[in-house]
Design a binder for this molecule. Structure first.
Ligand SMILES: NC(=O)c1ccc[n+]([C@@H]2O[C@H](COP(=O)([O-])OP(=O)(O)OC[C@H]3O[C@@H](n4cnc5c(N)ncnc54)[C@H](O)[C@@H]3O)[C@@H](O)[C@H]2O)c1
Length: 447
């Protein structure tokens, strides 16, 4: 298959490289000239484990190309994927579909012969109808079928997710397109990945319903963790206790500083707006959005409380800035609201992230960047673990203790055990694991 991918960001680049790896001929298109120039020089503009080697290998074989010229790439394609961004629209939280619609018009002008146009971007239910209308209005003679194929990959594990998906969802109402999509995904299909065909609108909604459900699950355990703190229960045991129930499942039950990232915040918000537009409010999702928004600043206040109630003139050391480990993506990262809250209260911020510092510089100001976790701790008054990168999981606590001003450690990801941090001489704060009830933990350790 000759595949053209419009948009070469986290989704477009990974999908394009993986399709090329399946043996298809892929051209990745992007408006951003610097991005394409970098890719043509073998430089990957984002951090995603394994991507550099995958791109290099497939570019070398000639199956993967990069260009800013959309028209020729579309003209020769059997399948054109739209993988452009759908951020929150400023002001009202609807998905901003202007990039998708612009791509649809560009495709319509360039298309030649029968072509399947596939929306891979996350788009509200009904967007496929509008993409189809734009293509027909722009080029009435275009022989095009519009399909929905939402993407479920997770940054940080994107290649593995793409190559070993739980399912592939394809929404269409046309048999010719069904044959083409089966061919596109044949290598995965042969690998037993379930290929689920459904209606186009249903496929669009599956993506939002999935993300909203996961965001709700995270938010649920976060609220339970607050209740644990008030009542003396331990959220990790609660999560384990409920997660072992097969109907609930153990994933996405880690209490923390609230969800962030490029998808959950904007997708939950967009789904809320869709529900309102169709007079079918999604009150659970509305509550999820509100609770999560409040939680991020509340985590900043938790740090202030741990510092004794006042951080003016103090230096707060931050470990991890990206919204999760193994990505450089800073979009809607909880660290942004936490750091803002601390800066508003007069704190100086000293931070380190293994991959996110460059991106962080474009979204936050007045941060002293350190070269590693120990460099953050030296001269800080409080150390806060915000993103659980592997290199923060087994820190030399004695070494940190010897350089930090005050031995206060706030672990917003519950990475450490209280007894080991306290044994190293720290005052330890975590999420949903109150002091009194780690007594059992201590007893177990002593036994
Ligand atoms: N990032 C994820 O983990 C993830 C996972 C699943 C789904 N999605 C969805 O996939 C879509 C893309 O997300 P992303 O994170 O890859 O975004 P991104 O911002 O990293 O990439 C989008 C790219 O599209 C390019 N672009 C915009 N308009 C264009 C046009 N008309 N022609 C050519 N290029 C154009 C931009 O320059 C940019 O490089 C979004 O709808 C998102 O919700 C993202």
């Amino acid at each position: 298959m000759r595949i053209t991918m419009i948009g070469s960001g986290y989704v477009g680049l990974v999908s394009g490289a993986c399709f090329a790896d399946f043996g298809h001929d892929v051209t990745c298109v992007d408006l951003n000239e610097q991005k394409i120039a970098a890719l043509n020089d073998g430089i990957i503009p984002i951090f995603e484990p394994g991507l550099e080697a995958l791109v290099a290998e497939n570019a070398k074989s000639g199956r993967l190309k990069f260009t800013t010229s959309l028209a020729p790439a579309v003209a020769e394609a059997d399948v054109v994927f739209i993988g452009v961004g759908t951020p929150s629209r400023r002001g009202d939280g609807h998905a901003d579909l202007s990039y998708v619609y612009a791509a649809a018009a560009d495709i319509a002008r360039a298309v030649k012969g029968f072509t399947v146009v596939v929306t891979k971007s996350t788009v509200p239910v009904g967007t496929g109808d509008e993409v189809e209308r734009i293509i027909r209005d722009t080029n009435p003679s275009a022989d095009v079928v519009v399909v929905s194929n939402p993407e479920f990959l997770r940054e940080g594990a994107a290649i593995d997710d793409f190559k070993r998906p739980d399912r592939i969802v394809v929404g269409l109402e046309d048999e010719r397109a069904r044959g083409v999509m089966t061919e596109v995904y044949r290598p995965l299909y042969l690998n037993q990945a379930p290929l689920m065909f459904t209606g186009r609108r249903t496929a669009e909604l599956i993506k939002y319903a999935g993300n909203a459900f996961l965001a709700m699950k995270i938010t649920f355990i976060n609220e339970i963790s607050d209740l644990c703190e008030r009542t003396g229960a331990d959220v990790q045991d609660v999560a384990r206790g409920i997660g072992l129930d097969g109907r609930i499942g153990s994933k996405f039950l880690n209490a923390g500083p609230g969800y962030g990232g490029s998808c959950f915040p904007k997708d939950t918000l967009a789904l809320v707006k869709t529900g309102q537009d169709y007079d079918s409010p999604l009150r659970l999702v509305e509550a999820t959005v509100e609770v999560n928004d409040r939680r991020k600043r509340a985590m900043g206040r938790k740090v202030i409380a741990a510092a004794g109630g006042n951080v003016r003139g103090k230096t707060i050391g931050i470990l991890g800035l990206t919204f999760k480990p193994n990505t450089d993506d800073m979009r809607d990262a909880p660290s942004i609201a936490i750091i803002q809250t601390l800066q508003d209260a007069g704190a100086t911020i000293r931070a380190y992230d293994p991959e996110g510092i460059e991106m962080s510089k474009s979204v936050m100001q007045n941060i002293e960047y350190a070269k590693d976790a120990y460099d953050v701790a030296a001269g800080s008054d409080v150390l806060v673990l915000v993103t659980e990168w592997n290199e923060f999981r087994s820190l030399d606590l004695a070494r940190i203790k010897s350089t930090i001003n005050e031995p206060i450690f706030v672990d917003l990801r519950n990475v450490y055990r209280r007894r080991e941090v306290e044994a190293a001489g720290f005052v330890y704060h975590s999420v949903g694991r109150p002091v009194a009830h780690e007594h059992a933990d201590k007893v177990a350790a002593a036994e």
